[in-house]
Design a protein around this ligand. Structure first.
Ligand code: N2P
Length: 360
């Protein structure tokens, strides 16, 4: 009897203690998941998700290179992933622990393999373009009624000046902004020549007087609330802004365009840092995100295309049929990707970006 009581007592104390120990520390981009997915994951697995967010690769990279982070799952863009793999930041993935990886999109993984040969260190989470988001009503008078379809609107100083009074934001991301301006200038966006990067930065300097802020997440609410009327932004975020305005029923209509000159296509990917404290939980979390129904929910809520091909039948129709989110073959031809910067090039980029933002 006594041993039964002891055993019961042990069980009562031990179960909550054990349950408390199961955690996964996730560091992801802001506005990049259906929050209910996190709750459902915990309900199903008993693993608590400690979730933290960022809005720039530079922020993530600074933390990863500074030493131990305690993160179990992080989401670097492919160009940064490549450099971080070389720096020894990540562990190789054991595919036997990711059974849902079988649904990954072969073309997307092939593109990712140019940064992570053999797809050894990461699986794709989402992929997307960088384009122009704008307030439809406020743009009308500023473009003379013409639809916005070219980077001319952003990079010709006389054009952008017309938007200055209603508010212009640009992503605080040199990769997105400098490659867009290079493409517009007919410079190879993947050029690593310091001179090309400097010329691109000079062009951004010329339109800077019309830019209210360089920021990579505030533009969603700023567009939705009618506080700004134009942004260089990411497709999913721009459609989130459109949806937030619709929900608020505030009369603001937001559109997003992949300019005719073309857009940068980027891949964000799930990876496990080498020193992750909860590796088993990290695998469970990544595998959960790769479940077709779960990946689809994340796309339906965030308006970003996910890397799981088998999730397509479950993605909301408006998202799946939106050609700026899931581009057609025709649109795909206008998209370009860029390779990773080596450290020397990255230094030039950072210096030029600081010059743009601070004027020094
Ligand atoms: C999510 C932004 C993710 C795209 N808000 C940039 N990596």
């Amino acid at each position: 009897m006594r041993s039964f009581a002891l055993a019961l007592g042990f069980a009562l104390c031990a179960v909550p203690a054990l349950a408390q120990e199961k955690v996964v520390n996730v560091y992801n981009w802001s506005d990049y998941i259906d929050p209910k997915v996190l709750e459902d994951f915990t309900r199903e697995t008993g693993i608590k998700v400690i979730y933290d967010t960022y809005d720039s690769n530079e922020t993530l990279e600074t933390k990863l290179l500074a030493g131990k982070t305690d993160y179990d799952v992080v989401v670097p863009s492919a160009t940064f992933l490549q450099r971080q793999i070389q720096a020894g930041v990540y562990q190789k993935l054991d595919r036997s622990k990711l059974p849902n990886a079988k649904g990954l999109w072969p073309e997307v993984m092939a593109r990712l393999a140019t940064y992570d040969p053999g797809n050894q260190y990461a699986v794709n989470y989402m992929w997307f373009t960088t384009g122009i988001a704008y307030n439809v009503q406020k743009s009308q008078s500023r473009t003379g009624g013409k639809p916005i379809d070219s980077w001319d609107t952003v990079f010709k100083p006389e054009n952008l000046r017309k938007f200055a009074d209603c508010g212009v934001y640009m992503l605080d991301s040199p990769e997105d902004v400098l490659t867009s301006v290079m493409r517009w200038m007919n410079i190879n966006p993947d050029s690593k020549k310091p001179d090309d990067i400097r010329r691109a930065a000079d062009a951004v300097m010329k339109v800077k007087p019309s830019v209210k802020k360089f920021h990579s997440s505030e533009y969603i609410n700023a567009l939705a609330g009618g506080d700004i009327c134009l942004a260089i932004g990411w497709a999913g975020d721009s459609f989130q802004a459109r949806n937030r305005a619709k929900e608020a029923n505030n009369g603001v209509d937001i559109a997003y365009v992949i300019p005719k000159e073309g857009s940068l296509m980027s891949l964000d990917n799930l990876a496990i840092p080498k020193d992750a404290p909860h590796v088993a939980e990290a695998y469970q979390f990544i595998d959960y995100l790769l479940r077709p129904e779960v990946a689809a929910r994340n796309s339906s809520v965030t308006n970003f295309a996910n890397g799981v091909l088998t999730s397509k039948p479950f993605v909301d129709k408006d998202v799946l049929e939106n050609r700026a989110i899931y581009p057609s073959e025709e649109v795909m031809k206008r998209l370009y990707t860029v390779s990773s910067n080596d450290l020397a090039t990255q230094k030039v980029v950072t210096r030029e970006w600081t010059r743009i933002k601070t004027g020094r």
